[in-house]
Design a protein around this ligand. Structure first.
Ligand code: 13P
Length: 287
């Protein structure tokens, strides 16, 4: 059964580890992430961007696929199905479809409008027992066509949003989606500490988990980060493994590739990457 992120992330914050959010794009990714979490006895969060939701056929399809896999693969660790960077309308749609968690990303609105809309989503999601992630400030890089400037959040604004009763809070601290530029200055731990001091017990979320050095990941967790999002790294290893398989030409039988064999190496590569992250974030045996 899908669960909200509330309990798993409160436990993570208290225990000083983080739970990974891994974005899904299809059956193979979803299965790889769920099997890795189960083998490591770790809670896990499946992230779905609006674009990925559309690609997979729609939110009802995603819910059906994930619930089916939980049953057929006998997954017993806590799993949350979470909308990643949702619009207001998208948030309402996944609440209806049966997701267990939603991120309403109002960071591109004025703080007043972000607060008003976040408050509404907290109320509607709360009635159905879903957790809500809100975002303050802008996270850099590009995610599904949304571009940000690598900005850092204002801790006072973070407090205003945290006080709305959100379950978890994403705040820009110099993190960027995708690959980090060579001249990247690193995470801004002063801002993270200031946000933590003002927001208290609300678990914090670190987006842009690909390419952040391990020591920075560990320091962020020690300062209150309890959820770390990873997407690009899975894309990179999936593409590299698939390319290698095709270039090796192993299965060119004249009938084309066997799709199950073709996607196998990418599936294994994602599984290995997710396991690596679960170990790094410290959520092994925290189910
Ligand atoms: P990366 O693509 O940099 O791993 O970031 C993922 C993310 O933050 C999803 O919201």
């Amino acid at each position: 059964m899908l669960v909200s992120v509330k309990e798993m992330l409160n436990k993570a914050r208290e225990g000083k580890y983080a739970v990974g959010q891994f974005n899904i794009n299809n059956l193979e990714w979803t299965k790889a992430i769920l099997l890795s979490a189960q083998e490591n006895n770790s809670p896990v969060i499946l992230g779905v961007s609006e674009g990925a939701g559309k690609y997979m056929g729609g939110y009802n399809t995603v819910v059906g696929m994930v619930n089916g896999l939980l049953k057929d693969l006998k997954i017993t660790v806590p799993v949350a199905l979470h909308l990643d960077h949702g619009s207001y309308e998208g948030s309402l749609q996944v609440i209806e479809a049966g997701f267990s968690s939603v991120m309403f990303d109002g960071s591109h609105y004025s703080i007043e409008e972000n607060i008003a809309k976040t408050k509404e989503i907290v109320r509607i999601a709360g009635e159905k027992g879903l957790s809500v992630e809100a975002e303050v400030g802008s996270i850099g890089g590009e995610e599904d066509g949304v571009v940000g400037g690598g900005e850092v959040a204002d801790p006072a604004e973070c407090k205003l949003v945290a006080d709305l009763g959100v379950t978890i809070l994403a705040a820009g601290i110099g993190n960027i989606h995708g690959k980090y530029p060579a001249n990247w200055k690193g995470l801004n731990f002063e801002v993270l500490a200031a946000i933590k001091a003002l927001t208290g017990d609300v678990p914090l979320v670190l987006h842009g988990g690909t390419g952040i050095p391990e020591d920075m990941i560990k320091k962020a967790i020690s300062l209150g980060v309890a959820k770390i999002n990873v997407n690009t790294e899975c894309q990179l290893v999936f593409a590299a493994a698939t390319r290698k398989y095709i270039e090796a030409g192993k299965d060119l039988t004249g009938k084309g590739f066997d799709p199950r064999k073709l996607l196998g190496p990418g599936f294994e590569a994602i599984k290995a990457t997710v396991t690596e992250k679960i170990v790094l974030f410290g959520s092994v045996n925290k189910a």
